[in-house]
Design a protein around this ligand. Structure first.
Ligand code: ZN
Ligand code: ZN
Length: 458
């Protein structure tokens, strides 16, 4: 059946908004239209998420709009880029849940920008994402309840009412379904808040549109990105969720609460991943709080989990060996000529003491091999016993010589791997070395480079 009037869907218009406009253009209530087309259960679920291919085919037949274009009006294409499987019945993460589903209460009001709906008359798809909290065009915060009467906003609800069965209501998503007044613009937000919210929102828009994200100079596919984003967002969930008093999810929360979480995460993420991790370390956040206890859950990529553990607790025991390159360390004669003048002369009495060169080589080798016992025992050929190495390094550190040596080694590219080995950085942090901060950054950058290479398709 072909409808007499069929307007085209607008840019980013969500399906429920389009079908409502389509019905009213044909002088029918939205529920009547779907009944006439033989789609009795269309409005029984949340059509923007749960629309079926069959229902889309009927709508395509009635309007002449290509099925693919109608599918774009639902939120499914966006979700399928974020998640392995975008099952509409599974309450997907990052999607604001409307109404009640499987016993879980979603939010009651549809988020929207009053200025946008006033201008275009349509409700946008991207407003259903939990990260959408501000309108980029008008720089206004989104609202989901009427500022006059607090009624939840819902562009379909008006047409469901008993009273509206007799006469056809106009399509006015810019008016409150409760008090019928025009929705006023909410007070605008300050520059910094806006910047941080839009930072997250723009990354999400990129991820849901292309399946890929460029965060600083880090390229991530959308699935990795959503796992990382979730890790940083949940650090800012309301206190009652953090303490386990209440189960709080952005998917079932109003836009006002979500905005605070998004803004805080935006502030954290705006300078890139390495800066983000540095701040977490300064705040003494434990890695488990960032990536959770169970492995492999919530879509957090393995490389990110490892990176967080490395970056936030490089002083932990059982560190892995460095991934690439040689696993033993020896100074060349040329290198040692640069370093030797820094070493204080050894008093004659302590004949048994090992030379600084052997001690430093043993220490670097141990750090390259990692601190797991299996990596260490039986493989050591450096002729310095374990306790002797520790005594020697401690002595060098206490006299400040170790920091001077490391300063010189930093100028030698061949020494880079040994210096940025997790074992080295962890030991220097414990010894409060002046180089610890700088080497921590180099270590994280190095780890990030080597993990990303393996995890992304070329
Ligand atoms: Zn707007
Ligand atoms: Zn109202």
């Amino acid at each position: 059946m072909r409808l007499p009037v069929f307007p085209a869907p607008r840019d980013d218009e969500v399906l429920s908004s389009y079908v409502t406009r389509l019905a009213l253009a044909n002088r029918m209530r939205p529920m009547r239209l779907t009944a006439v087309l033989g789609l009795p259960s269309f409005w029984k679920r949340d059509p923007d998420v749960s629309v079926t291919p069959d229902e889309l085919a009927v709508l395509a037949g009635a309007t002449g709009v290509p099925l693919e274009r109608l599918l774009q009006c639902s939120v499914l294409p966006m979700l399928s880029r974020l998640h392995e499987s975008a099952r509409p019945d599974a309450n997907p993460r990052f999607l604001v849940m409307m109404g009640k589903h499987r016993g879980v209460h979603g939010v009651r009001g549809h988020p929207l920008c009053p200025a946008c709906v006033r201008e275009t008359g349509v409700v946008q798809r991207s407003w259903r994402l939990t990260t959408s909290v501000i309108c980029r065009r008008h720089s206004l915060p989104l609202i989901d309840a009427c500022p006059h009467c607090q009624s939840p906003l819902d562009h379909v609800r008006l047409h469901r009412r008993r009273s509206s069965r007799r006469r056809l209501m106009e399509h006015r998503p810019g008016s409150c379904p409760g008090c019928r007044q025009a929705l006023p613009d909410p007070p605008s937000l300050d520059e910094v808040t806006r910047k941080h919210a839009l930072f997250i929102q723009d990354l999400m828009a990129e991820a849901t549109a292309t399946g890929e994200v460029l965060w600083g100079d880090l390229r991530l596919d959308a699935r990795e990105f959503q796992g990382l984003l979730e890790s940083f967002l949940q650090l800012h969930y309301p206190t009652r969720a953090q303490t386990g008093v209440a189960k709080w999810r952005p998917e079932t929360s109003g836009v006002r609460e979500r905005r605070e979480v998004v803004v805080a995460a935006g502030e954290r993420m705006v300078d890139g991943l390495v800066a983000c991790l540095r701040r977490l370390r300064e705040e003494n956040v434990r890695p488990h709080r960032v990536v959770g206890w169970a492995s492999g859950n919530a879509g957090v990529p393995d490389w990110f989990r490892e990176l967080v553990f490395l970056a936030l607790s490089p002083d932990a025991r059982h560190l892995p060996p460095v991934q690439s390159g040689r696993k033993t360390f020896q100074f060349t004669e040329r290198q040692w000529r640069v370093i030797a003048p820094l070493i204080p002369p050894v008093p004659r009495t302590s004949r048994k003491q090992k030379g600084a060169r052997e001690v430093l080589q043993a220490w670097c080798t141990r750090n390259l091999k990692g601190t797991r016992q299996t990596e260490w025992t039986g493989k050591w050929t450096g002729h310095v016993s374990y306790p002797a190495m520790y005594r020697g390094i401690k002595k060098l550190a206490e006299s400040g010589v170790l920091d001077q040596v490391i300063g010189r080694m930093l100028d030698m590219p061949e020494c880079r791997t040994a210096l940025t080995a997790p074992g080295t950085v962890g030991a220097l942090i414990r010894m409060r070395s002046a180089h610890a901060g700088h080497l921590w950054t180099l270590m994280v950058e190095e780890a990030l480079r080597s993990r990303i290479v393996g995890s992304l398709p070329a």
